[in-house]
Design a protein around this ligand. Sequence first.
Ligand code: 5GP
Length: 122
Amino acid sequence: MPQPYDDQNIFAKILRGEIPNDTVLETDHTLAFRDIQPQAPVHVLVVPKGAYVDHADFCANASDAEVLDFTRASAEVCRLTGVIGDGFRTITNSGDHGVQEVPHYHQHILGGRALGWMLAKE
Ligand code: 5GP
């Protein structure tokens, strides 16, 4: 069972303006800001403003307008950060196996260097 949305999570506080962020892009339904602990020269988090726990929750329950806005915002972040030519990676972690730390749906956009394999080889 998916967990209920916790409105005290750190991204909810950022979206309410209670914690500062380094904004890259803001649209009607989406906020994109730089990760506080970047793992690549470009590391931006694309976050829907609506209260969605994870990828499955967002994809199943967000409105068409929210999904479209999020998707277009993600593309615009790629353009604004200049990662499109050399390539980049998008990651969405979900739940315990995905090691999702913040329980508000978000997409990582990583680039600016060669990123290596998607997963560590075991
Ligand atoms: P997750 O593991 O949930 O996919 O990733 C959460 C990300 O949020 C991590 O990369 C972490 O560095 C980032 N993060 C956690 N707290 C903050 C914060 O207060 N501000 C920003 N900008 N990023 C944060």
